[in-house]
Design a protein around this ligand. Structure first.
Ligand SMILES: *[C@@H]1O[C@H](CO)[C@@H](O)[C@H](O)[C@H]1NC(C)=O
Ligand SMILES: *[C@@H]1O[C@H](CO)[C@@H](O)[C@H](O)[C@H]1NC(C)=O
Ligand SMILES: *[C@@H]1O[C@H](CO)[C@@H](O)[C@H](O)[C@H]1NC(C)=O
Length: 506
């Protein structure tokens, strides 16, 4: 993700009373949180009797759809306050609505973060509604621009390592240089927000230069915001590394994963590999909003989709305006239901990979370490020189899970440019997963769902274990170092196609 993402998102503040209209009530589901968590782990952990027996949409609905009684309670509340446009979400646990005037909620208990307002749930709704959100309803304004022209000259972008493009990625990760034979019903998608836009002609130009077959991108959501940057790169990478795979642009105006997930769930067949290069430090979000978004990623996993998220470009991240308060790991990468992707660089095709200093990594302040990675974290903490314990949350979910090359990717967006970030690493890793899923579908096997419990199996490798580098770039007195095995800058390492296919094969 580019640093721009961080800067732009904090400008969305808006007074709770003046502009909150479009709202979501997140309802309680009949199956509890702990049970849904266990249900996903049972489907993602080798040896479990339910391993990879993903839920059907019908089955998921039975677990997460709110009761008719609760839906009526919410509808009546909306009607009593002159609200309108009521729609029940795809799975019946989100009610989207509009209130024409000020919200009948306690504004003093409302938190505004990233264009999303979390409200205290009014007492009359508390039996049914778990979270209540509204949105600023305003799309941020961007200057129209292509990829960063200042970094587009032939060499010095200020980021380490050689340029990357489809041939160098295929070479390094030993990915077959073939167009995939599209499996029936498979598709992959990139998540975009806040005015991102792409032109098919830019994708065509990129593909022509790298001898990748043209790929007609399918579009869900807006594609007209005038910001040609993140989204163009995400598409160019994912559809060239998994060339030939059906690819979706999955966009929302607001940076909100609840609305985004609802849109993804409406696509049939649903994209089974999802690449998300968006996020920000956990301190920028309200807890309720992170919990709710994470629950949505869990739904996608229960249906058999693999969700990959960029681990961030600020190293450890930090809170504190002028000095380092504490580290600030990136959400949604810190959700236990996604695979967080960190970044590396290489100086030549022959060189080993080194962890990029900007690679987001650390320990969540909100989500506890899930069981699947506890042993890996324990081994790291026991052996690594750790930063002062006051800076990070011991016991938190560790990120990233894996990594891929992140520096100096050639991108075409109304001109050639170069982009750096875990934004590039994420569609790269996601595309490798897509190729593996396509091979599986053709062999009559199920999709992969949540990858992490399989990735962390002890005694296995994802490919290349990155052991050099440190992510001290955020003005804090220390960062996390790469190490043998899992570490909090490059995770378990970068992929080698056959090794990762083998690891994911059970
Ligand atoms: C791909 O699209 C470009 C631009 O539309 C076109 O010039 C080129 O011939 C196309 N290539 C193939 C193989 O269809
Ligand atoms: C965040 O919310 C979850 C679930 O609602 C709760 O269990 C947890 O204690 C909260 N965490 C913080 C840091 O407030
Ligand atoms: C620490 O590192 C040493 C040497 O690499 C290794 O033998 C040992 O198993 C490691 N300890 C843990 C807890 O991983």
């Amino acid at each position: 993700m580019s640093a721009v993402r961080f800067l732009v998102s904090v400008c969305l503040l808006c007074a709770a009373a003046s502009c909150a209209q479009h709202m979501v009530a997140r309802m309680y589901s009949p199956t509890g949180d702990t049970e849904l968590h266990e249900a996903l782990l049972a489907r993602s952990t080798p040896g479990s009797p339910l391993f990879r027996q993903h839920m059907t949409m019908h089955e998921l609905k039975q677990h997460v759809s709110a009761s008719d009684e609760c839906i009526n309670t919410v509808k009546n509340w909306i009607a009593a306050h002159n609200g309108k446009d009521t729609t029940v979400g795809v799975l019946g646990d989100n009610v989207f609505f509009a209130l024409p005037v000020n919200l009948p909620v306690d504004a003093s208990q409302s938190h505004v973060k990233y264009g999303k307002l979390s409200h205290a749930v009014p007492s009359e709704l508390q039996a049914c509604v778990r979270f209540l959100f509204s949105f600023t309803g305003k799309s941020p304004r961007y200057a129209k621009r292509g990829v960063d022209a200042s970094s587009s000259s032939s060499g010095s972008s200020g980021f380490p390592g050689m340029h990357q493009s489809p041939p160098t990625i295929l070479h390094r990760y030993q990915i077959p240089a073939t167009t995939v034979d599209q499996a029936v019903g498979f598709s992959q998608g990139v998540a975009e927000f806040e005015g991102e836009q792409f032109y098919q002609s830019d994708i065509d130009t990129y593909n022509t230069r790298f001898s990748v077959p043209n790929n007609s991108i399918r579009v869900a959501g807006p594609n007209k915001g005038g910001y040609f940057d993140e989204g163009v790169m995400d598409l160019e990478i994912i559809q060239s590394i998994a060339s030939g795979a059906e690819t979706w642009w999955l966009a929302e105006r607001e940076f909100d994963f609840t609305t985004w997930t609802e849109e993804v769930l409406k696509i049939s067949p649903m994209p089974m590999v999802l690449s998300i290069s968006w996020g920000s430090g956990e301190s920028g979000y309200d807890n309720a909003s992170m919990q709710s978004d994470s629950d949505d990623f869990r739904k996608l996993g229960l249906l058999g989709a693999s969700v990959l998220c960029a681990s961030g470009d600020q190293g450890t991240g930090s809170t504190g305006f002028l000095s380092c308060g504490t580290f600030d790991p990136t959400f949604p990468a810190t959700s236990p239901y996604v695979t967080a992707v960190g970044g590396t660089y290489a100086n030549s095709l022959a060189d080993t990979e080194v962890s990029w200093s900007g690679s987001g990594g650390g320990f969540s302040t909100v989500f506890p370490a899930p069981s699947y990675q506890q042993a890996a974290i324990d081994a790291y903490v026991a052996n690594a020189t750790m930063p002062p314990s006051s800076l990070y949350t011991a016991g938190g979910r560790g990120i990233p899970d894996v990594a891929a090359l992140a520096c100096n990717f050639d991108v075409f967006a109304n001109g050639w440019g170069v982009e750096t970030g875990t934004s590039a690493a994420t569609p790269t890793f996601a595309a490798v997963i897509s190729r593996i899923v396509i091979d599986r579908l053709k062999a009559g096997k199920p999709t992969l769902g949540l990858l992490n419990p399989v990735l962390y199996r002890s005694g296995h490798s994802v490919g290349f274990d990155v052991t050099e580098g440190n992510n001290q770039v955020s003005g804090c007195p220390a960062g996390f170092s790469a190490a043998v095995g899992w570490d909090a800058i490059s995770g378990l390492g970068t992929p080698l196609f056959r090794v990762l296919s083998e690891l994911l094969s059970p």
